[in-house]
Design a protein around this ligand. Structure first.
Ligand SMILES: Nc1ncnc2c1ncn2[C@@H]1O[C@H](COP(=O)(O)OP(=O)(O)O)[C@@H](O)[C@H]1O
Ligand SMILES: [Mg+2]
Length: 236
C-alpha cells in the first residue's frame, strides 16, 4: 500500500495561539485513519491545514509525493483531496441535486451525471429527495449530502470532520455504516472525531490528539483496548 498523505511535524498558529504543536502522521492508500481527541484538541485545524485553508508555520503536507505548500485549496481538490467540513456547510437554499452538481466543479461535464448516479446508488435517501431544498433535510441527511457532494470530486482521499456531530445514535450508526461501505469499496479516508468509540471501530489505524500533540498511535483495535484511551475517551 502506497503512502498517499504525509504530514510532517506541522506547527499551526492562530495569531499567538499555538494550536498544533508538531504533528506528524501518514495515510496509506485504502486505509481509514482516524484522529480522535476532545473538543479543542486541534483536529479541525489539522484537516484545514491539509486542505490548504490554513498554512503551517513550519512542517510540511505532502499529497501523493507533492508538497502542498502554497497550493490553493481549489487546486488541492483537483489533485484529489476532498474535505467534508465540520458542520457540513451544504448550500441550504439549493436542492439536493444542485448541491451535488456544485461538488463536481473540478470534473468534466460528461462525468457529472454518472457521478450523481453513483452518489444516489450509495445514498438512496438522497435520490428520494433530489428536488428537496437542502436546508429542510434532517441532520443525518445533510451529512449524507455533504459526503455525497465531496464524493462528486472523485477524491483519492476523503477527509471527514466529525460526521457524527449532533446526530442521534441511530443516525451515527448509519453514517458509520456508510464509512465502512466506502472503505470496502476502496476509498481512502481520514476521519476526525470526538466520538472515539465509533471512529476506532471503523479505523485501520488511529492517532490520539491531545492539545495539539499526538499522544498515542496504534491500530483501531489496539487503541480501543488501551487503558488510557478507555479511561479518557470511552467512559472507562
Ligand atoms: N479561528 C480561530 N481563532 C483562534 N483560535 C482558534 C480558532 N479556531 C480554533 N482555535 C483554537 O485552536 C485550538 C484547536 O481548535 P480546533 O482545531 O477547532 O479543535 P477541534 O477540531 O479538535 O475541536 C483550540 O484551542 C481552539 O480554541
Ligand atoms: Mg473540530
Amino acid at each position: 500500500m502506497g503512502e498517499i498523505l504525509k504530514v510532517d511535524d506541522i506547527h499551526v498558529y492562530y495569531g499567538s495561539i499555538h494550536a498544533v504543536k508538531g504533528v506528524s502522521f501518514e495515510v496509506n492508500e485504502g486505509e481509514v485513519v482516524t484522529l480522535i481527541g476532545a473538543n479543542g484538541a486541534g483536529k479541525s485545524t489539522i484537516l484545514n491545514t491539509v486542505s490548504g485553508l490554513l498554512h503551517p508555520k513550519t512542517g510540511s503536507v505532502v499529497f501523493e509525493g507533492r508538497d502542498l505548500k502554497g497550493v490553493a485549496p481549489h487546486k488541492i481538490v483537483e489533485y484529489g483531496l476532498a474535505q467534508v467540513p465540520e458542520g457540513r456547510h451544504i448550500f441550504q437554499q439549493m436542492s439536493v441535486e444542485e448541491n451535488l452538481q456544485m461538488g463536481a466543479y473540478t470534473q468534466l461535464n460528461a462525468t457529472v451525471e454518472p457521478g450523481i448516479a453513483d452518489v444516489y446508488e450509495r445514498f438512496p435517501r438522497l435520490a428520494e429527495r433530489r428536488r428537496q431544498i437542502a436546508g429542510t433535510l434532517s441532520g443525518g441527511e445533510q451529512q449524507m449530502l455533504a459526503m455525497g457532494r465531496a464524493l462528486m470530486s472523485r477524491p483519492k482521499l476523503l477527509m471527514l470532520d466529525e460526521p457524527s456531530m449532533g446526530l442521534a445514535p441511530i443516525l451515527v450508526e448509519q453514517i458509520f455504516d456508510i464509512i465502512r461501505e466506502l472503505h470496502s469499496a476502496g476509498t481512502t479516508i481520514l476521519l476526525v472525531e470526538q466520538n472515539a468509540q465509533a471512529a476506532l471501530s471503523v479505523a485501520d489505524r488511529a492517532y490520539v490528539l491531545e492539545t495539539g500533540r499526538i499522544s498515542l498511535t496504534g491500530t483501531g483495535a489496539e487503541l480501543m483496548a488501551s487503558d488510557a484511551v478507555r479511561k479518557a475517551y470511552l467512559g472507562g
